[in-house]
Every structure is written in C-alpha cells, then in structure tokens.
Design a protein around this ligand. Structure first.
Ligand code: HEC
Length: 215
C-alpha cells in the first residue's frame, strides 16, 4: 500500500465515480451492495446524518487516544481503546437513524472489525484510488440490502494515521514499550501494525436506516 500524507485527519479530497454493484453471499444470506453517488440529492439527508455521526465519532476517537495516553502507558491503554462506551446519536423523530458505527481496515487488529463484503468493496475503492494516485473520496455512500429487509445505508470516511497512533499501530521501532508483548496476548492475529504518520489506516462507517414511514 502506498503511503500518502494528508494535512488534516478525516479531511481528504472529494470525488467519486458512481454506480458499481456487487453480489456477495454471507452467513445471513445473499446481500447486495451498491455505491451511490454521494452528490445524489436523494441521499442528501442520509449522507448528512451519517457524516455528522462520523465527524463526531472520528473526533471522539482521536481525543480519547490523546486523553488515555496522558494518564496510561500505551501498553496499559490497549484494554481501554477504542470508544467502548460510545453512544450512538439519538434519531430525531421521523428522521433516518444511525444504527451502528464501526471501524474497519484491510489490516485489522480485532477480528470483530474485519470487513464484510460491502466494507471490503469500500476499502478496495479507496486503496485503488491511492494506488492510482487519483483523488481520494472524502465520503462513500452505499446501499446494502438483505432480502426481505429494509435497506441499510452506509456512509464511510477514510481514517488517517496520526503520530499518536504509532504507539500501538506503528512499526516495531515506533511501538511504545510493552505494546508488542501485550498485543500478542490480547490480539494474537493482529495485523494492524506498521502504519506511518499520514498513511491510510482504514474506514470509519455509520450505518443509517431510512426514516420510518409516517403513521
Ligand atoms: C494504546 C494503543 C492504541 C493506540 C494509541 C491507538 N490504537 Fe487503534 N486499536 C487499538 C486496539 C487495542 C484496537 C482493537 C480494539 C478495537 O477494535 O477497538 C485498535 C483498533 C483500531 C481500529 C479498528 C480496526 C482494527 O484494526 O481492529 C482502527 C481503525 C484504529 N485502531 C485506528 C487508530 C487510530 C486512527 C489511532 C490514532 C488516532 C489509534 N488507533 C491509536 C489500540 C490503539
């Protein structure tokens, strides 16, 4: 993966080609996901609710890392991250609701954060943009459907590695003391290492449901 530097976390240049779809089968049955142009006015409300949640959660993630590392060694902080007590925003009456916020990547630490097929398509899209030197999408919007269920909208944003992430996600030289040994115990399958400042870390995602129909 090619590392690129960005001036500000979570603020990457915009630009997205619309309209690819993929089929995948997983344990819950065949799901279908399709990218939707974020500029499409029919998804404006979903996108804005999702992006607001991502702004909040992305900021909370960074502030929490800073706060936790001021009072704990990085090795001790491993058990506290990330955002274990994070509360989803309450939906306004009659408006779409944020039903989940997740973090994922192509190299994950926690197997519970591994991408599903729709996440993977989003990750691969960003990776392809980075590899080709294209503008990186600031936001991706996807519609995910399971047969017989209302659609799940997903709003994704790239997450960039900051210097303070390297204590736990860096190369062996940048990991803080004791981190490598602690990770081996709690995350034996850890792949979320060897990131550098400014390199792409993964995606943060809000799932948004459509507004309930008015009674
Ligand atoms: C004190 C150690 C520590 C620091 C510092 C840290 N992380 Fe993590 N990170 C973890 C642990 C532990 C997990 C797995 C638990 C979880 O999923 O929250 C994780 C998981 C993640 C994930 C979810 C995907 C995965 O690999 O499982 C992302 C994304 C992530 N970190 C990004 C960051 C970013 C961005 C920063 C810097 C702002 C950062 N981390 C700083 C320990 C750390």
């Amino acid at each position: 993966m090619k590392a690129r530097s960005y001036p500000v976390v979570l603020s990457l240049a915009c630009g997205l080609a619309a309209g690819s779809a993929a089929l995948a089968a997983d344990a819950a049955g065949p799901t279908h996901h399709a990218f939707v142009d974020p500029a499409d006015p029919t998804v404006a409300e979903i996108r804005s609710i999702g992006e607001r949640a991502l702004d909040h959660c992305g900021t909370a993630l960074i502030l929490e890392v800073r706060r936790v590392l001021t009072t704990n060694s990085a090795a001790l902080a491993i058990g506290k991250l990330h955002l274990k007590d994070y509360k989803l925003p309450a939906a306004a009456p009659g408006k779409p609701a944020v039903t989940a916020i997740r973090r994922t990547g192509l190299q994950v630490r926690n197997p519970a954060n591994a991408p599903d097929a729709a996440d993977l398509a989003a990750l691969e899209r960003i990776q392809a943009q980075l590899e080709s030197g294209d503008e990186v999408s600031k936001v991706l919007v996807q519609r995910v459907t399971l047969p017989g269920q209302p659609p799940e909208w997903r709003v994704y944003r790239p997450l960039v590695t900051l210097k303070q992430c390297l204590d736990c996600h860096g190369s062996p030289e940048t990991l803080a003391p004791g981190v490598a040994d602690t990770l081996k115990i709690f995350y034996p399958a850890d792949q979320a290492l060897n990131f550098r400042t400014g390199s792409w870390r993964g995606l943060i995602r809000a799932s948004v449901s459509e507004a309930a129909p008015k009674p």
